[in-house]
Write a protein that binds this ligand. Structure first.
Ligand SMILES: Nc1ncnc2c1ncn2[C@@H]1O[C@H](COP(=O)(O)OP(=O)(O)OP(=O)(O)O)[C@@H](O)[C@H]1O
Ligand SMILES: [Mg+2]
Length: 414
Protein backbone atom coordinates (compact mmCIF):
# COMPACT_ATOMS: atom_id res chain seq x y z
CA UNK A 1 0.00 0.00 0.00
CA UNK A 2 1.44 3.32 -1.09
CA UNK A 3 0.08 5.21 1.89
CA UNK A 4 2.21 3.08 4.23
CA UNK A 5 5.27 3.45 2.07
CA UNK A 6 7.72 5.90 3.73
CA UNK A 7 9.77 6.10 0.54
CA UNK A 8 6.73 7.37 -1.35
CA UNK A 9 6.22 10.27 1.09
CA UNK A 10 9.89 11.11 0.99
CA UNK A 11 9.92 11.29 -2.81
CA UNK A 12 6.84 13.54 -2.75
CA UNK A 13 8.52 15.76 -0.16
CA UNK A 14 11.91 15.92 -1.88
CA UNK A 15 10.65 16.41 -5.43
CA UNK A 16 8.41 19.36 -4.68
CA UNK A 17 8.94 22.45 -6.92
CA UNK A 18 8.77 24.60 -3.78
CA UNK A 19 11.27 24.51 -0.99
CA UNK A 20 9.57 23.00 2.10
CA UNK A 21 10.66 23.69 5.67
CA UNK A 22 8.93 22.48 8.82
CA UNK A 23 9.63 24.38 12.04
CA UNK A 24 8.47 23.91 15.58
CA UNK A 25 6.91 26.59 17.73
CA UNK A 26 10.37 27.95 18.64
CA UNK A 27 11.29 28.49 15.03
CA UNK A 28 13.67 25.50 14.95
CA UNK A 29 13.95 23.77 11.59
CA UNK A 30 12.89 20.15 11.83
CA UNK A 31 12.69 19.26 8.15
CA UNK A 32 13.93 20.79 4.87
CA UNK A 33 13.82 19.37 1.35
CA UNK A 34 16.41 19.47 -1.47
CA UNK A 35 14.85 22.44 -3.16
CA UNK A 36 15.68 24.49 -0.03
CA UNK A 37 19.36 23.88 -0.84
CA UNK A 38 18.89 25.23 -4.37
CA UNK A 39 17.22 28.33 -2.95
CA UNK A 40 19.38 29.10 0.09
CA UNK A 41 22.60 27.13 -0.59
CA UNK A 42 22.43 25.10 2.70
CA UNK A 43 22.36 21.34 2.56
CA UNK A 44 19.10 20.24 4.25
CA UNK A 45 20.92 18.20 6.89
CA UNK A 46 22.90 21.36 7.85
CA UNK A 47 19.70 23.24 8.52
CA UNK A 48 18.09 20.72 10.84
CA UNK A 49 17.90 21.93 14.45
CA UNK A 50 18.98 25.44 13.39
CA UNK A 51 16.76 28.47 13.96
CA UNK A 52 14.86 29.47 10.86
CA UNK A 53 16.24 32.99 11.34
CA UNK A 54 19.45 31.76 9.69
CA UNK A 55 17.57 32.13 6.43
CA UNK A 56 16.23 35.60 7.22
CA UNK A 57 17.76 39.07 6.77
CA UNK A 58 19.13 40.57 9.97
CA UNK A 59 16.78 43.49 10.14
CA UNK A 60 13.62 41.35 10.25
CA UNK A 61 14.99 38.61 12.54
CA UNK A 62 13.54 40.20 15.67
CA UNK A 63 10.18 40.99 14.23
CA UNK A 64 10.12 37.50 12.76
CA UNK A 65 10.64 35.93 16.17
CA UNK A 66 7.75 37.99 17.51
CA UNK A 67 5.54 37.02 14.62
CA UNK A 68 6.40 33.32 15.17
CA UNK A 69 5.23 33.71 18.77
CA UNK A 70 2.05 35.44 17.68
CA UNK A 71 1.53 32.90 14.95
CA UNK A 72 1.71 30.02 17.42
CA UNK A 73 -0.62 31.78 19.85
CA UNK A 74 -3.17 32.22 17.14
CA UNK A 75 -2.18 30.06 14.16
CA UNK A 76 -3.80 30.29 10.74
CA UNK A 77 -3.09 28.87 7.34
CA UNK A 78 -1.59 31.27 4.90
CA UNK A 79 -2.68 29.52 1.79
CA UNK A 80 -2.00 32.27 -0.73
CA UNK A 81 1.54 33.35 -1.14
CA UNK A 82 2.10 36.65 0.52
CA UNK A 83 1.90 39.50 -1.90
CA UNK A 84 4.52 41.52 -0.05
CA UNK A 85 8.07 41.64 -1.36
CA UNK A 86 9.88 39.13 0.85
CA UNK A 87 13.43 38.01 0.74
CA UNK A 88 15.66 35.50 2.52
CA UNK A 89 19.46 35.34 2.86
CA UNK A 90 21.48 32.82 0.87
CA UNK A 91 24.34 30.98 2.52
CA UNK A 92 26.65 33.27 0.49
CA UNK A 93 24.98 36.30 2.04
CA UNK A 94 23.10 37.56 -0.98
CA UNK A 95 19.42 38.26 -1.01
CA UNK A 96 17.00 35.71 -2.40
CA UNK A 97 13.57 37.02 -3.36
CA UNK A 98 10.87 34.57 -2.33
CA UNK A 99 7.19 33.95 -1.96
CA UNK A 100 6.17 32.11 1.20
CA UNK A 101 2.98 30.20 2.05
CA UNK A 102 2.49 28.91 5.61
CA UNK A 103 0.63 25.79 6.81
CA UNK A 104 -0.11 25.22 10.43
CA UNK A 105 -0.61 21.78 11.97
CA UNK A 106 -0.71 20.16 15.38
CA UNK A 107 0.69 16.77 16.20
CA UNK A 108 0.62 15.16 19.64
CA UNK A 109 -0.26 18.50 21.23
CA UNK A 110 2.60 20.38 19.61
CA UNK A 111 2.30 23.13 16.99
CA UNK A 112 4.25 23.02 13.77
CA UNK A 113 4.50 25.26 10.80
CA UNK A 114 5.20 24.06 7.27
CA UNK A 115 6.53 26.74 4.95
CA UNK A 116 6.40 26.52 1.14
CA UNK A 117 9.06 28.71 -0.41
CA UNK A 118 9.28 29.75 -4.07
CA UNK A 119 12.38 31.44 -5.45
CA UNK A 120 11.15 34.34 -7.51
CA UNK A 121 14.48 36.07 -8.10
CA UNK A 122 14.36 35.38 -11.84
CA UNK A 123 10.79 36.50 -12.02
CA UNK A 124 11.65 39.65 -10.04
CA UNK A 125 14.57 40.38 -12.32
CA UNK A 126 12.30 40.09 -15.34
CA UNK A 127 9.74 42.19 -13.55
CA UNK A 128 12.40 44.80 -12.87
CA UNK A 129 13.37 44.78 -16.56
CA UNK A 130 9.72 45.14 -17.57
CA UNK A 131 9.23 47.88 -15.00
CA UNK A 132 12.19 49.89 -16.19
CA UNK A 133 11.12 49.32 -19.80
CA UNK A 134 7.67 50.52 -18.81
CA UNK A 135 9.21 53.50 -17.14
CA UNK A 136 11.19 54.25 -20.30
CA UNK A 137 8.06 53.78 -22.39
CA UNK A 138 6.10 56.09 -20.14
CA UNK A 139 8.86 58.66 -20.46
CA UNK A 140 8.82 58.30 -24.24
CA UNK A 141 5.04 58.46 -24.20
CA UNK A 142 5.13 61.66 -22.17
CA UNK A 143 7.54 63.20 -24.67
CA UNK A 144 5.37 62.05 -27.61
CA UNK A 145 2.28 63.38 -25.81
CA UNK A 146 3.97 66.69 -25.23
CA UNK A 147 4.98 66.90 -28.88
CA UNK A 148 1.48 65.90 -29.94
CA UNK A 149 -0.03 68.56 -27.69
CA UNK A 150 2.30 71.17 -29.15
CA UNK A 151 1.43 70.02 -32.69
CA UNK A 152 -2.26 70.05 -31.77
CA UNK A 153 -1.97 73.56 -30.45
CA UNK A 154 -0.11 74.61 -33.54
CA UNK A 155 -2.82 73.03 -35.68
CA UNK A 156 -5.67 74.57 -33.73
CA UNK A 157 -3.90 77.97 -33.87
CA UNK A 158 -3.53 77.59 -37.63
CA UNK A 159 -7.15 76.47 -37.78
CA UNK A 160 -8.25 79.52 -35.84
CA UNK A 161 -6.32 81.81 -38.15
CA UNK A 162 -7.76 80.02 -41.19
CA UNK A 163 -11.26 80.19 -39.76
CA UNK A 164 -10.82 83.88 -39.06
CA UNK A 165 -9.62 84.45 -42.60
CA UNK A 166 -12.53 82.44 -44.03
CA UNK A 167 -15.04 84.30 -41.86
CA UNK A 168 -13.47 87.57 -42.85
CA UNK A 169 -13.75 86.62 -46.52
CA UNK A 170 -17.35 85.44 -46.11
CA UNK A 171 -18.22 88.65 -44.28
CA UNK A 172 -16.57 90.76 -46.96
CA UNK A 173 -18.38 88.78 -49.65
CA UNK A 174 -21.69 89.17 -47.82
CA UNK A 175 -21.11 92.89 -47.54
CA UNK A 176 -20.30 93.18 -51.23
CA UNK A 177 -23.33 91.06 -52.10
CA UNK A 178 -25.54 93.18 -49.88
CA UNK A 179 -24.23 96.40 -51.38
CA UNK A 180 -24.65 94.94 -54.87
CA UNK A 181 -28.21 93.83 -54.09
CA UNK A 182 -29.02 97.26 -52.75
CA UNK A 183 -27.51 98.87 -55.81
CA UNK A 184 -29.57 96.61 -58.10
CA UNK A 185 -32.70 97.25 -56.03
CA UNK A 186 -32.11 100.99 -56.14
CA UNK A 187 -31.50 100.96 -59.86
CA UNK A 188 -34.67 98.94 -60.37
CA UNK A 189 -36.54 101.39 -58.18
CA UNK A 190 -35.22 104.35 -60.12
CA UNK A 191 -36.14 102.80 -63.47
CA UNK A 192 -39.62 101.90 -62.20
CA UNK A 193 -40.07 105.36 -60.78
CA UNK A 194 -38.93 107.07 -63.94
CA UNK A 195 -41.45 104.99 -65.92
CA UNK A 196 -44.30 105.89 -63.54
CA UNK A 197 -43.20 109.49 -63.03
CA UNK A 198 -42.73 110.28 -66.71
CA UNK A 199 -46.24 108.98 -67.27
CA UNK A 200 -47.51 111.05 -64.32
CA UNK A 201 -45.56 114.12 -65.47
CA UNK A 202 -47.27 114.14 -68.84
CA UNK A 203 -50.74 115.22 -67.66
CA UNK A 204 -49.72 118.19 -65.47
CA UNK A 205 -47.11 119.30 -68.02
CA UNK A 206 -49.63 119.36 -70.87
CA UNK A 207 -52.08 121.10 -68.48
CA UNK A 208 -49.42 123.74 -67.72
CA UNK A 209 -48.80 124.19 -71.46
CA UNK A 210 -52.53 124.66 -72.10
CA UNK A 211 -52.84 127.18 -69.25
CA UNK A 212 -49.78 129.13 -70.46
CA UNK A 213 -51.23 129.27 -74.02
CA UNK A 214 -54.58 130.43 -72.64
CA UNK A 215 -52.95 133.05 -70.35
CA UNK A 216 -51.25 134.43 -73.43
CA UNK A 217 -54.58 134.56 -75.23
CA UNK A 218 -56.48 136.10 -72.24
CA UNK A 219 -53.71 138.67 -71.77
CA UNK A 220 -54.42 140.04 -75.21
CA UNK A 221 -58.11 140.37 -74.30
CA UNK A 222 -57.21 141.67 -70.82
CA UNK A 223 -59.33 138.99 -69.07
CA UNK A 224 -57.73 139.17 -65.62
CA UNK A 225 -60.12 136.69 -63.92
CA UNK A 226 -59.41 133.98 -66.46
CA UNK A 227 -55.68 134.63 -66.21
CA UNK A 228 -55.87 134.20 -62.40
CA UNK A 229 -57.72 130.92 -62.81
CA UNK A 230 -55.02 129.53 -65.09
CA UNK A 231 -52.22 130.83 -62.86
CA UNK A 232 -53.83 128.89 -59.97
CA UNK A 233 -54.11 125.82 -62.14
CA UNK A 234 -50.43 126.09 -63.04
CA UNK A 235 -49.60 126.41 -59.30
CA UNK A 236 -51.62 123.26 -58.47
CA UNK A 237 -49.97 121.30 -61.25
CA UNK A 238 -46.47 122.47 -60.33
CA UNK A 239 -47.27 121.45 -56.74
CA UNK A 240 -48.32 118.06 -57.99
CA UNK A 241 -45.07 117.67 -59.94
CA UNK A 242 -43.21 118.78 -56.86
CA UNK A 243 -44.93 116.15 -54.73
CA UNK A 244 -43.97 113.43 -57.20
CA UNK A 245 -40.35 114.53 -56.95
CA UNK A 246 -40.65 114.56 -53.16
CA UNK A 247 -41.91 110.99 -53.26
CA UNK A 248 -38.92 110.01 -55.33
CA UNK A 249 -36.53 111.53 -52.80
CA UNK A 250 -38.36 109.90 -49.91
CA UNK A 251 -38.21 106.53 -51.65
CA UNK A 252 -34.50 106.82 -52.26
CA UNK A 253 -33.86 107.85 -48.66
CA UNK A 254 -35.94 104.97 -47.30
CA UNK A 255 -34.20 102.47 -49.56
CA UNK A 256 -30.79 103.72 -48.44
CA UNK A 257 -31.89 103.79 -44.77
CA UNK A 258 -30.67 107.40 -44.82
CA UNK A 259 -33.48 108.71 -42.65
CA UNK A 260 -32.77 109.80 -39.11
CA UNK A 261 -35.87 110.66 -37.18
CA UNK A 262 -35.86 113.95 -35.27
CA UNK A 263 -37.97 113.94 -32.14
CA UNK A 264 -39.40 117.15 -30.79
CA UNK A 265 -42.49 118.17 -28.87
CA UNK A 266 -45.63 119.19 -30.73
CA UNK A 267 -49.38 119.10 -30.34
CA UNK A 268 -50.90 116.42 -32.64
CA UNK A 269 -54.37 118.00 -32.64
CA UNK A 270 -52.89 121.32 -33.79
CA UNK A 271 -50.84 119.59 -36.48
CA UNK A 272 -53.94 117.83 -37.83
CA UNK A 273 -55.80 121.17 -37.90
CA UNK A 274 -53.00 122.69 -39.99
CA UNK A 275 -53.01 119.74 -42.42
CA UNK A 276 -56.80 119.96 -42.82
CA UNK A 277 -56.47 123.68 -43.60
CA UNK A 278 -53.89 122.96 -46.33
CA UNK A 279 -55.91 120.15 -47.89
CA UNK A 280 -59.04 122.28 -48.08
CA UNK A 281 -57.67 123.66 -51.37
CA UNK A 282 -57.96 120.30 -53.05
CA UNK A 283 -61.31 119.22 -51.60
CA UNK A 284 -63.92 118.24 -54.18
CA UNK A 285 -67.31 119.88 -54.35
CA UNK A 286 -69.18 119.47 -51.08
CA UNK A 287 -66.51 117.29 -49.56
CA UNK A 288 -66.17 117.82 -45.80
CA UNK A 289 -63.53 116.88 -43.29
CA UNK A 290 -64.61 116.32 -39.70
CA UNK A 291 -61.96 116.18 -37.02
CA UNK A 292 -62.47 114.48 -33.67
CA UNK A 293 -59.46 115.28 -31.51
CA UNK A 294 -60.43 113.37 -28.33
CA UNK A 295 -57.58 113.63 -25.78
CA UNK A 296 -54.87 114.45 -28.34
CA UNK A 297 -54.82 118.19 -27.74
CA UNK A 298 -51.52 118.34 -25.84
CA UNK A 299 -47.84 118.02 -26.54
CA UNK A 300 -46.12 114.77 -27.32
CA UNK A 301 -42.57 113.90 -28.34
CA UNK A 302 -42.16 112.46 -31.82
CA UNK A 303 -41.07 113.36 -35.37
CA UNK A 304 -43.58 116.05 -36.33
CA UNK A 305 -42.44 116.32 -39.97
CA UNK A 306 -42.78 112.59 -40.61
CA UNK A 307 -46.15 112.36 -38.85
CA UNK A 308 -47.28 115.27 -40.99
CA UNK A 309 -46.21 113.37 -44.16
CA UNK A 310 -48.11 110.27 -42.98
CA UNK A 311 -51.36 112.11 -42.18
CA UNK A 312 -51.19 114.27 -45.33
CA UNK A 313 -50.76 111.20 -47.54
CA UNK A 314 -53.68 109.37 -45.92
CA UNK A 315 -55.89 112.45 -46.08
CA UNK A 316 -54.99 113.12 -49.76
CA UNK A 317 -55.89 109.51 -50.56
CA UNK A 318 -59.22 109.84 -48.71
CA UNK A 319 -60.01 112.99 -50.73
CA UNK A 320 -58.70 111.57 -54.01
CA UNK A 321 -60.53 108.24 -53.73
CA UNK A 322 -63.90 109.71 -52.56
CA UNK A 323 -66.55 111.31 -54.68
CA UNK A 324 -68.04 114.80 -54.39
CA UNK A 325 -70.44 115.41 -51.48
CA UNK A 326 -68.73 112.99 -49.14
CA UNK A 327 -67.58 113.10 -45.56
CA UNK A 328 -64.07 112.30 -44.31
CA UNK A 329 -63.63 111.74 -40.61
CA UNK A 330 -60.23 112.07 -39.03
CA UNK A 331 -59.87 111.27 -35.35
CA UNK A 332 -56.89 111.16 -33.05
CA UNK A 333 -56.37 109.94 -29.49
CA UNK A 334 -53.66 109.09 -27.05
CA UNK A 335 -53.88 105.72 -25.36
CA UNK A 336 -51.31 103.55 -23.56
CA UNK A 337 -48.47 105.85 -24.57
CA UNK A 338 -49.45 105.69 -28.21
CA UNK A 339 -50.74 108.25 -30.64
CA UNK A 340 -53.59 106.65 -32.58
CA UNK A 341 -54.94 108.34 -35.72
CA UNK A 342 -57.79 107.14 -37.92
CA UNK A 343 -58.75 108.54 -41.35
CA UNK A 344 -62.07 107.29 -42.63
CA UNK A 345 -63.79 108.00 -45.94
CA UNK A 346 -66.83 106.69 -47.79
CA UNK A 347 -65.17 106.59 -51.17
CA UNK A 348 -64.52 103.97 -53.84
CA UNK A 349 -62.88 101.51 -51.41
CA UNK A 350 -60.18 98.94 -52.18
CA UNK A 351 -61.21 95.70 -53.97
CA UNK A 352 -60.72 92.64 -51.72
CA UNK A 353 -58.19 90.95 -54.04
CA UNK A 354 -56.03 94.08 -54.16
CA UNK A 355 -55.96 94.68 -50.42
CA UNK A 356 -52.96 92.43 -49.70
CA UNK A 357 -50.75 94.45 -52.09
CA UNK A 358 -51.81 97.88 -50.95
CA UNK A 359 -48.51 98.76 -49.25
CA UNK A 360 -46.37 97.41 -52.13
CA UNK A 361 -44.34 99.98 -54.01
CA UNK A 362 -46.08 101.23 -57.22
CA UNK A 363 -49.16 99.14 -56.52
CA UNK A 364 -52.45 100.71 -57.51
CA UNK A 365 -55.83 99.03 -57.13
CA UNK A 366 -57.68 98.24 -60.34
CA UNK A 367 -60.53 100.66 -59.48
CA UNK A 368 -58.01 103.54 -59.09
CA UNK A 369 -56.39 103.39 -62.53
CA UNK A 370 -58.38 106.33 -63.88
CA UNK A 371 -57.29 108.51 -60.97
CA UNK A 372 -53.86 110.18 -60.92
CA UNK A 373 -51.24 108.58 -58.68
CA UNK A 374 -47.88 106.81 -58.61
CA UNK A 375 -48.63 104.09 -56.04
CA UNK A 376 -45.76 105.04 -53.73
CA UNK A 377 -47.54 107.08 -51.02
CA UNK A 378 -48.61 104.15 -48.82
CA UNK A 379 -45.29 102.41 -49.34
CA UNK A 380 -43.45 105.49 -48.12
CA UNK A 381 -45.60 105.99 -45.04
CA UNK A 382 -45.40 102.28 -44.16
CA UNK A 383 -41.58 102.65 -44.23
CA UNK A 384 -41.79 105.65 -41.90
CA UNK A 385 -44.22 103.97 -39.51
CA UNK A 386 -41.95 100.91 -39.31
CA UNK A 387 -39.01 103.24 -38.73
CA UNK A 388 -40.81 104.92 -35.83
CA UNK A 389 -41.77 101.53 -34.35
CA UNK A 390 -45.50 101.85 -35.08
CA UNK A 391 -48.15 99.91 -36.95
CA UNK A 392 -50.65 100.70 -39.68
CA UNK A 393 -53.79 98.79 -40.70
CA UNK A 394 -56.91 99.40 -42.72
CA UNK A 395 -60.47 98.21 -43.33
CA UNK A 396 -62.02 98.75 -46.71
CA UNK A 397 -65.00 97.69 -48.79
CA UNK A 398 -65.43 98.53 -52.42
CA UNK A 399 -67.94 101.39 -53.00
CA UNK A 400 -68.53 101.69 -49.24
CA UNK A 401 -65.36 103.27 -47.94
CA UNK A 402 -61.95 102.89 -46.33
CA UNK A 403 -60.47 103.49 -42.90
CA UNK A 404 -56.72 103.64 -42.24
CA UNK A 405 -55.51 103.54 -38.62
CA UNK A 406 -51.95 104.01 -37.48
CA UNK A 407 -50.40 103.86 -34.03
CA UNK A 408 -47.07 105.36 -33.00
CA UNK A 409 -45.51 104.55 -29.65
CA UNK A 410 -42.73 105.97 -27.49
CA UNK A 411 -43.64 109.53 -27.02
CA UNK A 412 -43.60 111.49 -23.77
CA UNK A 413 -46.21 113.91 -22.61
CA UNK A 414 -44.61 117.16 -21.47
N1 LIG B 1 -58.63 105.94 -49.18
C1 LIG B 1 -58.51 105.10 -50.20
N2 LIG B 1 -59.63 104.65 -50.86
C2 LIG B 1 -59.52 103.80 -51.88
N3 LIG B 1 -58.35 103.33 -52.36
C3 LIG B 1 -57.22 103.73 -51.77
C4 LIG B 1 -57.23 104.65 -50.66
N4 LIG B 1 -55.97 104.87 -50.29
C5 LIG B 1 -55.20 104.14 -51.11
N5 LIG B 1 -55.93 103.47 -51.99
C6 LIG B 1 -55.46 102.52 -53.02
O1 LIG B 1 -54.13 102.21 -52.72
C7 LIG B 1 -53.27 102.51 -53.82
C8 LIG B 1 -51.94 102.96 -53.30
O2 LIG B 1 -52.05 104.18 -52.64
P1 LIG B 1 -50.83 105.15 -52.61
O3 LIG B 1 -51.20 106.33 -51.81
O4 LIG B 1 -49.66 104.37 -52.25
O5 LIG B 1 -50.64 105.53 -54.13
P2 LIG B 1 -51.43 106.52 -55.06
O6 LIG B 1 -52.43 107.27 -54.26
O7 LIG B 1 -51.94 105.72 -56.19
O8 LIG B 1 -50.28 107.45 -55.58
P3 LIG B 1 -49.40 108.47 -54.75
O9 LIG B 1 -48.06 107.84 -54.75
O10 LIG B 1 -49.43 109.73 -55.56
O11 LIG B 1 -49.98 108.60 -53.40
C9 LIG B 1 -54.00 103.55 -54.57
O12 LIG B 1 -53.63 103.57 -55.93
C10 LIG B 1 -55.44 103.10 -54.41
O13 LIG B 1 -55.74 102.07 -55.31
MG1 LIG C 1 -51.65 108.35 -52.46
Amino acid sequence: MLENNQEFYKICFENSREGIIVIDEFGIILLANKRVEQIFGYKPENLINKSVSILLPKKIKKSHEESINNYHKKPYNREDFDKRDLYGIHKNGHKVEVLIGLNYFNLDGKNYVKAFISDISDYKKKEQVIRSRNFELEKELKIINKELKAKNKQLSDTNKILLKEINFKIEAEEKTNKALKKEIELNKLKTEFITVASHEFRTPLSGILTSVTLIDKHQKNNQIEKIEKHVNQIKTMVNHLNSILHDFLALEQLSNSKITYRYKTFNPAELIHEIIEETKLILKKNQYIKFIKNNSNHEILNDKRIISIIITNLLYNAIKYSLEESLIIISSKIKNNKLIVSIKDNGIGIPKDDQKHIFDRFFRARNAMEIQGTGVGLNIIKGHIDGLGGTISFKSEENIGTEFIFELPHYTIK
